[in-house]
Design a protein around this ligand. Structure first.
Ligand SMILES: Cc1cc2nc3c(=O)[nH]c(=O)nc-3n(C[C@H](O)[C@H](O)[C@H](O)COP(=O)(O)O)c2cc1C
Length: 303
Protein backbone atom coordinates (compact mmCIF):
# COMPACT_ATOMS: atom_id res chain seq x y z
CA UNK A 1 0.00 0.00 0.00
CA UNK A 2 1.36 3.45 -0.96
CA UNK A 3 2.64 5.41 2.05
CA UNK A 4 4.16 8.88 2.21
CA UNK A 5 7.13 9.81 4.43
CA UNK A 6 4.87 10.32 7.43
CA UNK A 7 3.65 6.77 7.01
CA UNK A 8 0.15 7.81 5.96
CA UNK A 9 -1.46 5.53 3.45
CA UNK A 10 -3.33 6.83 0.42
CA UNK A 11 -6.10 4.50 1.48
CA UNK A 12 -6.34 5.64 5.10
CA UNK A 13 -9.24 7.83 6.33
CA UNK A 14 -8.98 11.59 6.26
CA UNK A 15 -10.99 14.22 8.13
CA UNK A 16 -11.49 17.15 5.74
CA UNK A 17 -13.18 19.77 7.88
CA UNK A 18 -16.58 18.34 8.67
CA UNK A 19 -16.28 15.62 6.04
CA UNK A 20 -15.01 12.17 6.93
CA UNK A 21 -13.33 10.62 3.91
CA UNK A 22 -12.45 6.96 3.90
CA UNK A 23 -9.45 7.43 1.58
CA UNK A 24 -7.37 10.20 -0.03
CA UNK A 25 -7.87 9.57 -3.75
CA UNK A 26 -9.64 12.68 -5.03
CA UNK A 27 -11.14 13.32 -8.45
CA UNK A 28 -9.63 16.58 -9.77
CA UNK A 29 -11.94 18.97 -11.57
CA UNK A 30 -11.81 18.31 -15.31
CA UNK A 31 -13.76 20.02 -18.07
CA UNK A 32 -15.51 17.31 -20.09
CA UNK A 33 -17.76 19.29 -22.50
CA UNK A 34 -20.52 16.70 -22.11
CA UNK A 35 -23.31 18.90 -20.75
CA UNK A 36 -25.24 19.70 -23.90
CA UNK A 37 -26.26 23.36 -23.89
CA UNK A 38 -25.06 23.75 -20.32
CA UNK A 39 -27.42 21.16 -18.78
CA UNK A 40 -25.77 18.14 -17.09
CA UNK A 41 -27.55 15.04 -18.33
CA UNK A 42 -27.15 11.27 -18.15
CA UNK A 43 -23.59 11.27 -19.53
CA UNK A 44 -22.50 13.61 -16.73
CA UNK A 45 -24.23 11.49 -14.08
CA UNK A 46 -22.54 8.37 -15.48
CA UNK A 47 -19.11 10.04 -15.47
CA UNK A 48 -19.31 11.04 -11.80
CA UNK A 49 -20.94 7.85 -10.51
CA UNK A 50 -18.27 5.77 -12.29
CA UNK A 51 -15.71 7.62 -10.17
CA UNK A 52 -17.64 7.51 -6.87
CA UNK A 53 -16.63 5.27 -3.98
CA UNK A 54 -17.84 5.07 -0.37
CA UNK A 55 -16.19 7.95 1.51
CA UNK A 56 -14.57 9.35 -1.65
CA UNK A 57 -14.23 13.01 -2.58
CA UNK A 58 -14.97 14.39 -6.07
CA UNK A 59 -14.78 17.91 -7.42
CA UNK A 60 -16.84 18.61 -10.52
CA UNK A 61 -15.54 20.09 -13.73
CA UNK A 62 -15.56 23.90 -13.83
CA UNK A 63 -19.23 24.88 -13.67
CA UNK A 64 -20.47 28.21 -15.00
CA UNK A 65 -21.64 30.86 -12.54
CA UNK A 66 -23.40 33.07 -15.11
CA UNK A 67 -24.23 33.31 -18.83
CA UNK A 68 -20.99 35.29 -19.46
CA UNK A 69 -18.81 32.60 -17.84
CA UNK A 70 -18.25 30.04 -20.65
CA UNK A 71 -15.22 29.64 -22.89
CA UNK A 72 -15.74 26.03 -23.98
CA UNK A 73 -18.69 24.27 -25.62
CA UNK A 74 -21.15 22.23 -23.56
CA UNK A 75 -19.84 23.10 -20.11
CA UNK A 76 -22.47 22.77 -17.37
CA UNK A 77 -23.83 25.80 -15.55
CA UNK A 78 -25.23 26.33 -12.06
CA UNK A 79 -27.02 29.65 -12.58
CA UNK A 80 -30.45 28.59 -13.91
CA UNK A 81 -33.24 26.56 -12.30
CA UNK A 82 -33.03 24.01 -15.12
CA UNK A 83 -29.33 23.47 -14.39
CA UNK A 84 -29.99 23.12 -10.64
CA UNK A 85 -32.70 20.54 -11.30
CA UNK A 86 -30.42 18.61 -13.65
CA UNK A 87 -27.53 18.63 -11.16
CA UNK A 88 -29.82 17.18 -8.45
CA UNK A 89 -29.93 13.89 -10.35
CA UNK A 90 -26.14 13.80 -10.66
CA UNK A 91 -25.60 14.66 -7.00
CA UNK A 92 -28.17 12.10 -5.82
CA UNK A 93 -26.49 9.38 -7.88
CA UNK A 94 -23.05 10.24 -6.46
CA UNK A 95 -24.40 10.37 -2.90
CA UNK A 96 -26.05 7.00 -3.42
CA UNK A 97 -22.55 5.60 -3.98
CA UNK A 98 -21.27 7.32 -0.85
CA UNK A 99 -19.01 10.11 -2.16
CA UNK A 100 -18.74 13.75 -1.14
CA UNK A 101 -19.22 16.06 -4.12
CA UNK A 102 -18.12 19.70 -4.47
CA UNK A 103 -19.14 21.89 -7.39
CA UNK A 104 -16.33 23.93 -8.93
CA UNK A 105 -17.49 27.51 -9.59
CA UNK A 106 -15.99 28.90 -12.80
CA UNK A 107 -15.86 32.08 -14.83
CA UNK A 108 -13.29 32.04 -17.63
CA UNK A 109 -13.11 35.83 -18.03
CA UNK A 110 -11.10 36.72 -21.14
CA UNK A 111 -10.50 33.04 -22.02
CA UNK A 112 -13.66 33.17 -24.09
CA UNK A 113 -14.93 34.36 -27.44
CA UNK A 114 -17.92 36.31 -28.72
CA UNK A 115 -19.50 33.05 -29.88
CA UNK A 116 -19.86 31.98 -26.25
CA UNK A 117 -21.17 35.35 -25.02
CA UNK A 118 -24.83 36.38 -24.79
CA UNK A 119 -25.43 38.94 -27.54
CA UNK A 120 -22.02 38.24 -29.11
CA UNK A 121 -20.28 40.87 -26.96
CA UNK A 122 -16.57 40.67 -26.04
CA UNK A 123 -15.78 38.61 -22.94
CA UNK A 124 -15.12 40.40 -19.64
CA UNK A 125 -11.83 40.53 -17.77
CA UNK A 126 -9.67 42.66 -15.51
CA UNK A 127 -8.04 44.04 -18.66
CA UNK A 128 -8.60 44.95 -22.31
CA UNK A 129 -5.53 42.89 -23.32
CA UNK A 130 -6.27 39.63 -25.14
CA UNK A 131 -4.60 36.30 -24.46
CA UNK A 132 -1.64 36.08 -26.87
CA UNK A 133 -1.84 33.94 -29.98
CA UNK A 134 0.50 31.50 -28.29
CA UNK A 135 -2.79 30.01 -27.09
CA UNK A 136 -5.86 28.84 -29.00
CA UNK A 137 -9.51 28.64 -28.00
CA UNK A 138 -11.66 25.58 -28.71
CA UNK A 139 -14.58 26.76 -30.84
CA UNK A 140 -18.06 25.20 -30.80
CA UNK A 141 -17.41 23.50 -34.17
CA UNK A 142 -14.27 21.76 -32.86
CA UNK A 143 -11.77 24.06 -34.61
CA UNK A 144 -9.30 26.25 -32.72
CA UNK A 145 -9.49 30.07 -32.85
CA UNK A 146 -7.63 33.15 -31.65
CA UNK A 147 -8.70 34.71 -28.36
CA UNK A 148 -10.37 38.09 -28.99
CA UNK A 149 -9.79 41.32 -27.05
CA UNK A 150 -11.83 41.32 -23.84
CA UNK A 151 -13.55 44.24 -22.18
CA UNK A 152 -12.15 45.35 -18.82
CA UNK A 153 -14.91 45.42 -16.21
CA UNK A 154 -15.74 48.88 -14.91
CA UNK A 155 -15.13 49.19 -11.17
CA UNK A 156 -18.86 49.62 -10.66
CA UNK A 157 -19.60 46.28 -12.40
CA UNK A 158 -17.34 44.06 -10.30
CA UNK A 159 -19.64 43.47 -7.33
CA UNK A 160 -22.28 42.20 -9.73
CA UNK A 161 -19.90 39.41 -10.78
CA UNK A 162 -19.11 38.72 -7.11
CA UNK A 163 -22.84 38.32 -6.54
CA UNK A 164 -23.00 35.78 -9.38
CA UNK A 165 -20.48 33.62 -7.50
CA UNK A 166 -22.56 33.89 -4.30
CA UNK A 167 -25.79 33.02 -6.09
CA UNK A 168 -24.11 30.11 -7.87
CA UNK A 169 -22.89 28.75 -4.52
CA UNK A 170 -26.41 28.92 -3.11
CA UNK A 171 -27.70 27.14 -6.21
CA UNK A 172 -25.07 24.42 -5.76
CA UNK A 173 -26.19 23.76 -2.20
CA UNK A 174 -29.82 23.77 -3.42
CA UNK A 175 -28.84 21.10 -5.95
CA UNK A 176 -27.51 18.99 -3.05
CA UNK A 177 -23.75 19.51 -3.44
CA UNK A 178 -21.77 19.13 -0.22
CA UNK A 179 -19.74 22.23 -0.97
CA UNK A 180 -18.17 24.40 -3.64
CA UNK A 181 -14.67 25.00 -4.89
CA UNK A 182 -14.00 28.49 -6.27
CA UNK A 183 -11.82 28.21 -9.38
CA UNK A 184 -9.18 30.88 -8.85
CA UNK A 185 -6.51 29.21 -10.97
CA UNK A 186 -5.15 28.62 -14.50
CA UNK A 187 -5.53 32.09 -16.02
CA UNK A 188 -9.30 32.35 -15.69
CA UNK A 189 -11.22 35.36 -14.32
CA UNK A 190 -9.97 35.44 -10.71
CA UNK A 191 -6.39 34.72 -11.83
CA UNK A 192 -6.76 37.56 -14.37
CA UNK A 193 -7.10 39.90 -11.38
CA UNK A 194 -4.37 38.22 -9.31
CA UNK A 195 -1.51 38.13 -11.80
CA UNK A 196 0.71 41.14 -12.48
CA UNK A 197 1.27 39.96 -16.05
CA UNK A 198 -2.43 40.46 -16.84
CA UNK A 199 -3.95 42.96 -14.39
CA UNK A 200 -3.19 46.49 -15.65
CA UNK A 201 -5.95 48.26 -13.74
CA UNK A 202 -5.55 51.70 -12.18
CA UNK A 203 -8.47 51.36 -9.72
CA UNK A 204 -8.61 49.60 -6.33
CA UNK A 205 -8.53 46.21 -8.09
CA UNK A 206 -5.09 46.75 -9.66
CA UNK A 207 -1.51 47.55 -8.66
CA UNK A 208 -0.63 46.41 -5.14
CA UNK A 209 -0.95 42.80 -3.99
CA UNK A 210 -3.86 43.82 -1.74
CA UNK A 211 -5.64 45.39 -4.70
CA UNK A 212 -5.04 42.44 -7.03
CA UNK A 213 -6.35 40.08 -4.33
CA UNK A 214 -9.43 42.22 -3.69
CA UNK A 215 -11.72 40.52 -6.23
CA UNK A 216 -10.67 37.05 -5.02
CA UNK A 217 -11.31 38.03 -1.41
CA UNK A 218 -14.69 39.55 -2.22
CA UNK A 219 -15.69 36.37 -4.04
CA UNK A 220 -14.55 34.17 -1.14
CA UNK A 221 -16.33 36.35 1.41
CA UNK A 222 -19.53 36.37 -0.64
CA UNK A 223 -19.51 32.60 -1.10
CA UNK A 224 -18.63 31.96 2.55
CA UNK A 225 -21.45 34.29 3.61
CA UNK A 226 -23.79 32.33 1.34
CA UNK A 227 -23.01 28.72 2.21
CA UNK A 228 -20.71 28.78 5.26
CA UNK A 229 -16.94 28.47 5.39
CA UNK A 230 -17.04 24.74 6.08
CA UNK A 231 -18.39 24.14 2.58
CA UNK A 232 -15.91 26.29 0.66
CA UNK A 233 -12.65 25.40 -1.04
CA UNK A 234 -10.46 27.63 -3.17
CA UNK A 235 -8.11 26.65 -5.96
CA UNK A 236 -5.26 28.86 -7.05
CA UNK A 237 -2.16 28.40 -9.19
CA UNK A 238 0.29 31.23 -8.45
CA UNK A 239 3.19 29.70 -10.39
CA UNK A 240 1.35 28.43 -13.47
CA UNK A 241 1.47 30.57 -16.63
CA UNK A 242 -1.46 28.93 -18.41
CA UNK A 243 -3.18 31.44 -20.75
CA UNK A 244 -0.41 34.02 -20.10
CA UNK A 245 -1.16 34.16 -16.36
CA UNK A 246 2.35 35.19 -15.36
CA UNK A 247 3.53 36.91 -12.23
CA UNK A 248 7.06 38.07 -11.45
CA UNK A 249 6.53 37.28 -7.74
CA UNK A 250 4.24 34.26 -7.53
CA UNK A 251 5.26 33.44 -3.97
CA UNK A 252 3.55 36.66 -2.86
CA UNK A 253 0.33 35.16 -4.20
CA UNK A 254 0.24 32.20 -1.85
CA UNK A 255 -2.23 33.34 0.79
CA UNK A 256 -3.72 29.88 1.36
CA UNK A 257 -1.02 27.53 0.34
CA UNK A 258 0.73 26.77 3.64
CA UNK A 259 -1.79 25.85 6.29
CA UNK A 260 -5.47 25.28 6.55
CA UNK A 261 -7.31 27.89 8.59
CA UNK A 262 -4.51 30.36 8.08
CA UNK A 263 -5.58 33.97 8.04
CA UNK A 264 -4.83 35.38 4.64
CA UNK A 265 -1.80 37.66 4.87
CA UNK A 266 -2.38 39.14 1.42
CA UNK A 267 -5.92 40.07 2.14
CA UNK A 268 -5.22 43.57 3.37
CA UNK A 269 -7.41 43.28 6.44
CA UNK A 270 -10.09 41.15 4.85
CA UNK A 271 -10.16 38.26 7.27
CA UNK A 272 -11.61 35.36 5.39
CA UNK A 273 -10.86 31.79 6.31
CA UNK A 274 -11.24 28.87 3.98
CA UNK A 275 -11.29 25.94 6.36
CA UNK A 276 -12.82 22.99 4.54
CA UNK A 277 -9.96 22.33 2.19
CA UNK A 278 -7.94 24.02 -0.46
CA UNK A 279 -6.08 22.91 -3.50
CA UNK A 280 -3.40 25.49 -4.14
CA UNK A 281 -1.43 24.19 -7.10
CA UNK A 282 1.61 26.37 -6.39
CA UNK A 283 4.04 23.67 -7.32
CA UNK A 284 1.79 21.72 -9.65
CA UNK A 285 3.46 20.33 -12.70
CA UNK A 286 0.42 20.99 -14.82
CA UNK A 287 0.71 20.58 -17.77
CA UNK A 288 2.16 17.19 -16.99
CA UNK A 289 2.66 14.21 -19.26
CA UNK A 290 -1.02 13.36 -19.24
CA UNK A 291 -2.03 16.84 -20.33
CA UNK A 292 0.75 17.54 -22.82
CA UNK A 293 -1.21 16.55 -25.89
CA UNK A 294 -4.22 18.57 -24.85
CA UNK A 295 -1.97 21.60 -24.45
CA UNK A 296 -0.19 21.03 -27.71
CA UNK A 297 -3.51 21.20 -29.51
CA UNK A 298 -4.38 24.46 -27.75
CA UNK A 299 -1.05 26.14 -28.39
CA UNK A 300 -0.18 28.00 -31.54
CA UNK A 301 2.55 26.95 -33.95
CA UNK A 302 5.01 29.57 -32.66
CA UNK A 303 5.19 28.03 -29.18
C1 LIG B 1 -8.95 17.98 -20.05
C2 LIG B 1 -8.67 18.70 -18.75
C3 LIG B 1 -9.63 19.52 -18.21
C4 LIG B 1 -9.39 20.20 -17.01
N1 LIG B 1 -10.37 20.99 -16.47
C5 LIG B 1 -10.17 21.61 -15.29
C6 LIG B 1 -11.20 22.33 -14.68
O1 LIG B 1 -12.35 22.43 -15.18
N2 LIG B 1 -10.95 22.93 -13.51
C7 LIG B 1 -9.69 22.87 -12.90
O2 LIG B 1 -9.49 23.46 -11.85
N3 LIG B 1 -8.70 22.14 -13.45
C8 LIG B 1 -8.91 21.51 -14.61
N4 LIG B 1 -7.91 20.74 -15.15
C9 LIG B 1 -6.67 20.54 -14.40
C10 LIG B 1 -6.78 19.25 -13.55
O3 LIG B 1 -7.67 19.48 -12.45
C11 LIG B 1 -5.42 18.83 -12.96
O4 LIG B 1 -4.84 19.87 -12.23
C12 LIG B 1 -4.46 18.41 -14.08
O5 LIG B 1 -5.03 17.36 -14.82
C13 LIG B 1 -3.07 17.99 -13.58
O6 LIG B 1 -3.12 17.17 -12.49
P1 LIG B 1 -2.21 17.56 -11.21
O7 LIG B 1 -2.71 18.91 -10.76
O8 LIG B 1 -2.49 16.45 -10.25
O9 LIG B 1 -0.80 17.61 -11.72
C14 LIG B 1 -8.14 20.06 -16.34
C15 LIG B 1 -7.18 19.20 -16.91
C16 LIG B 1 -7.44 18.53 -18.08
C17 LIG B 1 -6.39 17.61 -18.65
Amino acid sequence: MAENRTGTSLFSPFKMGKFSLSHRVVLAPMTRCRALNGIPGDAVAEYYTQRSTPGGFLITEGTLISPSAPGFPHVPGIYSDAQVEAWKKVVDAVHAKGSVLFCQLWHVGRASHQVYQPGGVPPISSTNKPISNRWRILMPDGTYGIYPAPRALKTSEILEVVEHYRQASLNAIRAGFDGVEIHGAHGYLIDQFLKKGINDRADEYGGSIENRCRFMMQVIQAVVSGVGADRVAFRMSPAIDHLDATDSDPIQLRPFSDRENEQTPAAGGLETRVPACHSATLYSFWPNRVTQNWHRRRRGPDD
